[in-house]
Design a protein around this ligand. Structure first.
Ligand code: UGA
Length: 435
């Protein structure tokens, strides 16, 4: 099939590359000339395991091309995916001006049938807005359909998630759109869920909000566990074995971040409000998440007694492992709070340091975890990269001025840490402190 994907962000880039590797002819469009010039040479704007190799393979096969010219891409394609950004406005609402611009250009340029598929996370009823916009700006009487195909891929495992989805949600309102999308997704052999466009849009919001709710729930339970001297991991295991609950997304930590959950949650609360429903449950999910970050800073303060003038080694800056994405990363808030209290920060992240440097100031960026630990008063784990799980803790202890570890991701075993002679603090697990 001839496909255009508008937007070369996470979703757009992964979608175009994966559709190309499934044998389609894909044009990926973005207004960012620098990004497109780099992509044409196979250079990635983001770190995402497996993506670079796949882009290069498909560029070579000529299944995939990159351009800034949306008009030509519209002429050349039968199916057009809209995967442009929907950034948050100050009130939490999604800014849909990029989506509208793309819809207008498609309308003005199309001369034959097009299936226009929204893939960006958008508020319910955006499909209707796209349809109205295209009808208004279309010069000739050209047939078209609008569909909604929300994306559920996760950063860090994006290619794998796209190629092996739990389900593909397809909101359509015509047989022609249903047929085209069935054909397009056939090679994945996935469960296709056909529904109406509005329900598809809500499935995306409801799914992300539900996952965020699971995380806030277990984080709240972790607080109770600390108060009751119980172990949140044992609780999560016991709960998760119930198939109605499931163990996934029950890892207590220092709060969720990234460009999806915080933004989508705020947007869904706003959408519900506009529709006439006060989604108090989701407001609590947001609040628990904010509190969790603050509580983690308190934990560091408790471990160090006085934070002022202390040197803190931060391991992990990205909002999760296997990505270099720093957008809404909890590390940003936590480091800002520690700096405000007078701490000196030595930080290391395997892939996100370059992006972190754009935002963080007065931080000493180190070449590896050991360099960050050298002479520091404690180590704080903010992202659960594999290399931190496998770190030489004996060496870390020797390098530190004080053997103190505050682990925001529960990557070490409390008993092991105690045996090694660390004062070890984690989330929702009993701390046996020798004083
Ligand atoms: C999330 C969803 O998982 C995807 O399905 C969705 O497509 C995507 O948002 C999106 O809307 O674009 P992503 O933000 O890439 O994906 O990452 P997740 O793996 O979901 O993690 C989000 C945050 O939750 C991270 O900060 C992570 O550390 C945290 N988390 C996750 C926990 O604190 N505990 C958990 O048990 C799981």
């Amino acid at each position: 099939m001839k496909i255009a994907v508008v937007g070369a962000g996470y979703v757009g880039l992964v979608t175009s590359t994966c559709f190309a590797s499934l044998g389609n002819s894909v044009t990926c469009v973005d207004i960012d000339e620098k990004k497109i010039a780099a992509l044409k040479k196979g250079k990635m704007p983001i770190y995402e395991p497996g993506l670079e190799e796949l882009v290069r393979q498909n560029l070579k096969k000529k299944n995939l091309s990159f351009t800034t010219n949306l008009k030509t891409a519209v002429h050349q394609s039968d199916v057009i995916f809209i995967a442009v950004g929907t950034p948050p406005k100050p009130n939490g609402e999604a800014d849909l001006s990029f989506v509208e611009n793309v819809a207008r250009t498609i309308a003005r340029e199309m001369t034959s049938y097009k299936l226009i598929v929204e893939k960006s996370t958008v508020p319910v009823q955006t499909g209707s807005w796209i349809r109205d916009t295209v009808m208004r700006y279309c010069k000739k009487n050209v047939a078209f359909d609008v569909a909604s195909n929300p994306e559920f891929l996760r950063e860090g495992t994006a290619v794998k998630d796209f190629m092996n989805p739990d389900r593909v949600v397809l909101g359509v309102d015509s047989k022609r759109a249903e047929k085209l999308l069935t054909e397009l997704y056939k090679p994945l052999k996935a469960t296709l869920v056909f529904t109406d466009i509005k329900s598809a849009e809500i499935i995306k919001h409801a799914s992300n909000s539900f996952l965020a709710m699971k995380i806030s729930f277990i984080n709240a339970i972790s607080r109770i566990c600390e108060l009751a001297k119980a172990d949140v991991e044992q609780v999560a295991t016991g709960m998760g074995l119930d198939r109605r609950i499931g163990r996934n997304f029950l890892d207590a930590g220092l709060g969720f971040g990234g460009f999806c959950f915080p933004k989508d949650l705020a947007a869904f609360i706003r959408i519900s409000e506009k529709l006439g429903y006060d989604f108090e449950l989701l407001k609590a999910v947001e609040k628990i998440n904010e509190d969790q970050k603050k509580y983690f800073v308190k934990k560091i303060e408790h471990a160090l007694w006085n934070v002022n003038s202390k040197t803190i080694a931060i391991l992990g800056l990205a909002f999760k492992p296997n990505t270099d994405d720093m957008r809404f990363a909890p590390s940003l808030d936590i480091i800002a709070d520690l700096q405000a209290m007078g701490a000196k920060i030595r930080a290391y992240d395997p892939h996100a340091s370059a992006n972190a440097k754009k935002t963080l100031t007065k931080v000493t960026f180190c070449k590896d975890a050991y360099e960050a630990c050298k002479g520091s008063d404690c180590v704080v784990i903010l992202t659960e990269w594999d290399e931190f799980k496998e770190i030489n803790l004996v060496k870390v202890k020797k390098l530190l001025a004080q053997p103190v570890v505050i682990d925001g991701r529960n990557i070490y075993d409390p008993e092991e840490m105690q045996k090694l002679g660390f004062r070890y603090f984690s989330i929702g697990r009993p701390t046996k402190e020798k004083r």
